[in-house]
Design a protein around this ligand. Structure first.
Ligand SMILES: [Zn+2]
Length: 214
């Protein structure tokens, strides 16, 4: 059984921190900080984790790395380009390099990564689970001309970052994959910031909308 806990990042633009627990492992996807002075996430309920995996290096996804001691001083895994954006003092002895595309064994967890089109070195993260997989997009932008997005894998649960969405749009509770791209995601969608991406297409049926692929 796998469990996903949103430590921070739902409902408004703030620190992104998601805890995945499975097969005896506890892993954080991102360890961000708030974007306003004094807006720091509450880490007290997390406990020790085995690793922190970063989607990219922006403040709201990696800004709380100075507080690693509060979650057990775990290693930090990220792509080489993402690690290159982090201050040297945060990387010393803790950094592990992940590929920008591909599948890796993360302490026994089956992790797949692909480019997310938002920041150099930025990736989406998919972890295989007994329930059909969890996909965490981080900030994702299929419209950036020089930053490609790799096709998103099928997943039963989708955590979609809507930072760059249309603030007037409403994200439907459920919708279908983008036409012609039948990558289904059942039972999704954890909404992070209350805004639907411009490429999100509402659909009345079950499943979840995913962005168009290049
Ligand atoms: Zn970002």
């Amino acid at each position: 059984m796998a469990r996903l806990t949103a430590i921070s990042g739902l409902g408004r633009k703030s620190a992104a921190i998601f805890l995945i627990e499975m097969s005896g492992r506890r892993v954080l996807f991102d360890l961000g900080d708030g974007l306003e002075p004094g807006d720091r996430p509450d880490l007290t309920g997390i406990g020790r984790v085995d690793a922190v995996v970063l989607s990219h290096a922006h403040e709201d996804h990696a800004g709380a790395l100075d507080r690693l001691d509060e979650v057990g001083d775990p290693p930090v895994l990220a792509t080489a380009r993402t690690l290159g954006f982090l201050p040297e003092r945060l990387r010393a002895g803790r950094a592990r390099v992940l590929p920008e595309r591909g599948r890796v064994d993360l302490m026994g967890l089956d992790l797949t990564l692909g480019r997310a089109g938002h920041a150099p070195g930025g990736v989406w993260l998919h972890v295989a689970t007994p329930a059909g997989g969890l996909l965490y997009t981080g900030d994702i932008c299929p419209e950036a001309p020089r930053l490609p997005v790799d096709p998103l894998p099928e997943a039963a649960t989708l955590v979609l970052d809507a930072s760059y969405g249309d603030r007037e749009g409403r994200l439907p509770t459920r919708s279908l994959p983008w036409p012609g791209r039948p990558r289904r995601a059942r039972d999704c969608a954890v909404r992070r910031r209350g805004a639907a991406p411009t490429w999100w297409r509402p659909w009345p049926g079950p499943g979840c909308a995913l962005p168009p692929m290049p």
